[in-house]
Each structure stands twice: as structure tokens, then as C-alpha cells.
Unconditional design. Structure first.
Length: 279
């Protein structure tokens, strides 16, 4: 294919960051950490391999997801506990914070709210950084493994993809019919998963997660949250998912709640845009 004479010059233009972080509302991590120190553990949920479980976290509380048995990735969905229509917005979180999340980054909610749902307080894999392949952990670039893509690419009906696990867990938690619960399942935060894009073809890749038993990711809840976590059938995602082939392990979710009623946390206000959309 012929290239324009100025092709090199066009490619040489320096990129511009889409969303400057200078004006992004920042969490007061020191206040959150102080509050975390006053919390008490109030519940825990063990997520079985190739399955999912729901959990609730009060505003001003915290939750910690821990690898407890063997290398395992988890697919996390979050909703406002009072309104399932407000849910984690993976794509905008990616645009604001980058392809992978770590300490101090926030999980933002869907339009019209676009407000922080949770802030990452601790990440024991923070040391990993970006590896020579361009891979890193806790991505917001993947979606979730699902039976539809699997059926399209490989045929068959595999029922323990994260999408189905999350759907069953939400249906059990809410009493919604499966078909309705499914509509609330959304693109995830891929906890502990190591992913990136190949530099030559731009394809989404995964590789064995560096997570080991004892590693954890901890969040401060900025609103009353309903969460669902799936222990991905891919295990450490070193080879394949959407099958029972990989070694798969449980994950632990621990909930921490403010002990003192004085520690009431006011959730962030919804986005201030007037929603008239030019009409
Ligand atoms: Zn999965």
C-alpha cells in the first residue's frame, strides 16, 4: 500500500493524554486510611472456584479480595446497593486512570452519575508495574469471559464463564429472574489478571498472573455497594478460560464496616451535568 509522503511526520506527532488528571477529583487517601484503621471486620464470603458470590459493603466501609489457595484471577462487578442501574463503568474508568488500576485509583459509576464507587487503598501486587510485554495487573481492558463469545469461537455451551457465574450470583442475591439479572452484569475489573495489548498486532493478551496466596487488593467503599466476584474458570489465566481445563482456586472477600455511627460517610454527589443534551 502506498503511503503519503509525510507518513513518518504524521506518525511522529506526540500523543496527548485524553483526560488530564489535574482536574480529576482526587480521593483523600489519608482520611480513608485513617477511617480504615477504625473499622471492624463484619463479614466474609468465600467465592468457590468457577463460581461467583455477592457481598454488600456499607458506605464508608471497605472490602478486601485475597488470593487464598493458588494463583487465581477474579472478575468484579459493582452496583449501587440501592439502584442496580448505577454500576461500575469499566470503559470510563480506563479512560480516566489507564488500562490497569492500582492504589489511589477509583472505580467510577455509569452515566448519569459518573462518581466514585470505590477507591483502591492497598494493592500487594503494586510492585509488578508494567512488564517487558506491556502486561500489568488488575485491568479494565478485558470484559469478562462469557458463553456467547465462547460459543461463537469454539461452539458448545460452557456454563461457568464469569458472565454466567455473575448472573447466577446476582439472581440468587436479588431474586431477579436469570434473564433480568443477566442484563445487570457488566464489564469487570479483572482482579489479579495480567493482561495487555501486543505491540505488533494490538491484540488483547493474558499471561500467568503473578498473584500468590496472601496477595490482596483492598477498596474503600464510597457508597453502599453490592458487589459480585467470580473466580474465573481460567484460574491464573496462563493458558485458557471458558473451560474446566485450568487449575482453579477460591477467592476470599472480607468486609469491614465503620464501628462508630459517627463515622457515617456521605457518598459523592452525582455528576453536575444538567442532562438537557442541547434540547
Ligand atoms: Zn473469567
Amino acid at each position: 500500500m502506498t503511503q503519503p509522503v509525510d507518513s513518518d511526520a504524521r506518525r511522529a506527532i506526540a500523543p496527548v493524554i485524553c483526560y488530564p488528571v489535574e482536574t480529576l477529583p482526587q480521593p483523600d487517601v489519608s482520611v480513608m486510611t485513617f477511617r480504615r484503621g477504625r473499622m471492624q471486620k463484619s463479614a466474609e464470603v468465600t467465592v468457590p472456584p468457577r463460581d461467583a458470590r455477592c457481598f454488600k459493603v456499607p458506605a464508608g466501609g471497605a472490602f478486601r479480595i485475597t488470593c487464598i489457595d493458588g494463583p487465581q484471577v477474579g472478575d468484579l462487578n459493582l452496583w449501587s446497593a440501592g439502584d442496580l442501574r448505577e454500576r461500575f463503568y469499566s470503559g470510563k474508568t480506563r479512560a480516566l486512570h489507564g488500562t490497569h488500576l492500582s492504589k489511589g485509583d477509583r472505580m467510577w459509576s455509569s452515566f448519569p452519575h459518573l462518581r466514585p464507587m470505590a477507591t483502591i487503598l492497598e494493592d500487594s501486587l503494586d510492585w509488578y508495574g508494567i512488564d517487558p510485554f506491556g502486561g500489568s495487573v488488575h485491568d479494565v481492558i478485558g470484559t469478562r469471559c462469557d458463553p456467547y463469545t465462547h460459543h461463537m469461537l469454539s461452539g458448545g455451551h460452557y456454563h461457568h464463564c464469569c458472565h454466567s457465574n455473575l448472573t447466577r450470583a446476582l439472581a440468587d442475591e436479588t431474586g431477579l429472574p436469570m434473564a433480568e439479572a443477566e442484563t445487570h452484569v457488566h464489564d469487570v475489573l479483572n482482579i489479579f489478571m495480567c493482561t495487555g495489548f501486543t505491540r505488533d498486532t494490538g491484540q488483547y493478551f493474558m499471561k500467568a498472573s503473578p498473584v500468590r496466596p496472601g496477595d490482596y487488593l483492598e477498596f474503600f467503599a464510597e457508597m453502599d455497594l453490592l458487589g459480585a466476584l467470580s473466580a474465573c474458570p481460567g484460574g491464573d489465566c496462563s493458558a485458557e478460560h471458558s473451560s474446566d481445563a485450568a487449575a482453579c482456586h477460591p477467592l476470599l472477600v472480607e468486609i469491614f464496616s465503620p464501628e462508630n455511627p459517627m463515622d457515617h460517610w456521605l457518598q459523592p454527589a452525582s455528576n453536575g451535568y444538567d442532562r438537557s443534551h442541547g434540547r
